[in-house]
Design a protein around this ligand. Structure first.
Ligand code: DAH
Length: 360
């Protein structure tokens, strides 16, 4: 029989020079795998005489066991070394002081949303919500904006992608918060008193327009809710929001498909040296659209227009924030610039409330 000593030495050398667990596995397959050198040698035992087979078989078995043990030992050693290297490389001194994270503040939009919500909650309005990806029907049809209505074009709508051949009615990024009126009426019926603050989208971009902005919708439906109550509600809101003793509103006849009659509302103000003063002066500034809810809209919401009536209004939250806090450029709202935020932002602990103060 062949002397197995050189073979043994060869494989032990290979095992001990393997540099990582993957190489160990290669060596194992080459020696002890199905077609490994040692395994093939063992297969040849069948051709030997019984005497030869006994001595060679024993020697091969011993060699196989020895190599197997050496492989396992080397693999363990390599794994230990790899772990040691990782522990050394990823070592971290947990007693070092933490890296200070840049402190943020409450964004003026969040602040104004909280202020507005606090004011209307105080007047008995609940907060309603709807999806930002809205169906064509909720965004337009239900609000009395027929397919051929020019308002559809005026809204600079973002349409959601549809696969070619898919001719279901399109979904849009809602162009206003008015569809929440319909969803709220469908959910709770009349009477109802809700506001709906939220994000809206239109294709527009300059100093006073961004493709995403924020609106506040209001809706109050009852047996005999009138335009006089709309006026009081808005005056009360403006007085509280701008934190002035009194305000004066001017209703200008206007047109919106979802209200009849409709009015745009201006607030008395003055501009002195670029400083806006709300509540006094000789100027008027438009702040919102409003009106008495159109019967078609009530019907879309499942409310009987012969039994119920009410008012709705909509305003831009970003613009309210700019006016109240003297922020000149709308685009800065969405640039996530920490220096800007530290200048215009609000402390996290100051939750606005009507009794405790809105902005401090
Ligand atoms: N949806 C209108 C817009 O985006 C704003 C608006 C006007 C809402 C009058 C109303 C309303 O509820 O009565 O321009």
């Amino acid at each position: 029989m062949d002397d197995l000593t050189p073979l043994r030495q060869l494989w032990l050398d290979r095992i001990n020079t393997a540099a990582d667990p993957a190489q160990i596995e290669d060596v194992r397959l080459a020696a002890l795998g199905k077609k490994g050198e040692i395994s093939l040698k063992m297969r040849e035992l069948g051709k030997m005489t019984p005497e030869e087979r006994q001595t060679t078989g024993k020697a091969l078995n011993e060699l196989r066991d020895e190599l197997d043990a050496a492989l396992r030992a080397r693999k363990l050693a390599l794994e230990d070394a790899a772990l040691d290297a990782r522990l050394a490389g990823e070592w971290l001194d947990v007693t070092l002081p933490g890296r200070p994270r840049p402190a943020g503040t409450i964004h003026p939009i969040s602040q104004v949303m909280d202020e507005v919500t606090a004011i209307f909650a105080d007047m008995g309005f609940a907060v309603a919500e709807g999806p930002q990806v809205e169906s064509d029907w909720y965004n337009f049809d239900a609000l009395n904006i027929a397919p051929e209505h020019p308002a559809r074009q005026e809204h600079d709508t973002f349409f959601m992608h549809r696969a070619p051949g898919d001719d279901r009615p399109p979904h849009v990024l809602r162009t206003h918060t008015s569809p929440v009126q319909i969803r709220a009426m469908q959910q709770t019926g009349a009477p109802i008193r809700v506001i709906a603050p939220g994000r809206v989208y239109r294709m527009d971009m300059d100093q006073t327009h961004t493709p995403m902005f924020h609106q506040l919708e209001g809706l109050a439906i009852g047996r005999d809710i009138s335009m006089a109550q709309l006026k009081w509600t808005l005056e009360e809101f403006c007085r509280a929001f701008f934190e002035v003793p009194s305000v004066e509103l001017r209703f200008r006849a206007s047109h919106f498909p979802f209200t009849e009659p409709s009015a745009e509302v201006d607030i008395r103000c003055s501009w002195e040296n670029g400083q806006l003063k709300i509540g006094e002066g000789d100027s008027w500034m438009e702040i919102l659209g409003s009106g008495m809810v159109h019967p078609h809209v009530l019907r879309s919401g499942g409310v009987d227009p012969d039994q119920w009536q009410g008012f709705a209004f909509g305003m831009g939250i970003d613009r309210l924030a700019m006016l109240k806090y003297g922020i000149p450029d709308l685009r800065a709202f969405f640039e996530a610039d920490l220096r800007w935020l530290r200048h215009y932002g609000f402390a996290a602990g100051d939750v606005p409330s009507v009794s405790g103060g809105l902005s401090r």
